[in-house]
Design a protein around this ligand. Sequence first.
Ligand SMILES: Cc1ncc(COP(=O)(O)O)c(C=O)c1O
Length: 391
Amino acid sequence: MKTGRHFLFVPGPTNVPDRVLRAMDRPMEDHRSSAAPEMARSIFPDLLKVFGSANGQAFIFSGSGSAMWEASLVNALSPGNRVLAVRNGQFSTLFIDTAQRLGLKVDVIDVEWGDAVPAARVGEMLAADTAHGYKAVLVVHNETATGVTSDIAAVRRAIDAAIHPALFYVDGVSSVASLDFRFDDWKVDFAIAGSQKGFMMPPGIGFLCVSKKALGLLDQAKCPRAFFDLRDQIKHNAEGYFPYTPPIAHLFGLRAALDLLFEEGLANVAARHHRLGEGVRRAIAAWGLKLCALDPKIYSDTVSAVVVPDGLDAKKVIDIAFRRYNLSLGGGTGRLVGKVFRIGHVGDINELMVLGALSGVEMALNDAGIPVTLGSGVAAAQQWYRETATG
Ligand SMILES: Cc1ncc(COP(=O)(O)O)c(C=O)c1O
């Protein structure tokens, strides 16, 4: 039997704050009652703010982040459309796979896993596309598989410099509600998010933020769609309802999660993620281990993918941490299976939670045959947290 709290340090699902849990623990309600619209009317404007948008429209679907890839693609594109996508990790790989399975022709810019979206290369490809064959550009803001955050503002500048009308798709599943995200400033057309990371909620709902330009294409898009048709959402959301039975408990949880985000302040949320993430990175450096992310400029503040030395299996570290020390770490995905373990530092966490997790990682590393000095990473993180403590 395990006593105490489990240490959940995967990069999603993340720890759900008690306030969110309590808000969800309630009897079900009639989602067609005359009082039901109060909930939708309170949530949508706040959800939009989390995306950094005043001009777009936010949508909520039952489903996960992957469902939002599909929902975003089918509502503005037609089978056979050409799109340009960057592949720099497992989640961008799956986004591309989704686009291909929906009948889109995807031209892929491949970069090393651990590298960021190459804005200049995107710009060159678009500038060369004088006939404007590319209907969309697909990128992942925060590649959760490698712990890499890309400069979305730079990609936007590259699109603008090429004077190209392609729609701009940004996966923000592990960045929205945790990192700085600016839908309007970056002129994003579709931003994709899910409930189980920065939003600090259980998995189960996905979010989209959609630009006016993209909303203008709904009738033109020929990809088959039914459940994901935004036109149904628009019609029902306008009255405060949903086209199907909404995830009622999740909506109450979302209301509580939005309150928590605004009480802290979105800028403070991002700053906290940076500070906590930096402590994790200092610990990793103290252990003498390397990140999968290739350059400090692109280190993610929500997840660190740690490379284990050649010939050793990261799965062993993860399993020992889980079985012996009640600590969940993320595994490598795709071609990184066994090569990295990931420490999620996203959502409802604080210094001491991170330090507890780091001490568990130190024990698991040693048990798995990767000797690191016990306490070295914890001490490096402690030092950083003391240096940067306020109050
Ligand atoms: C960047 C990114 N995109 C998409 C997804 C897929 O989301 P889901 O697992 O909720 O379908 C994930 C999941 O971790 C992710 O990290």
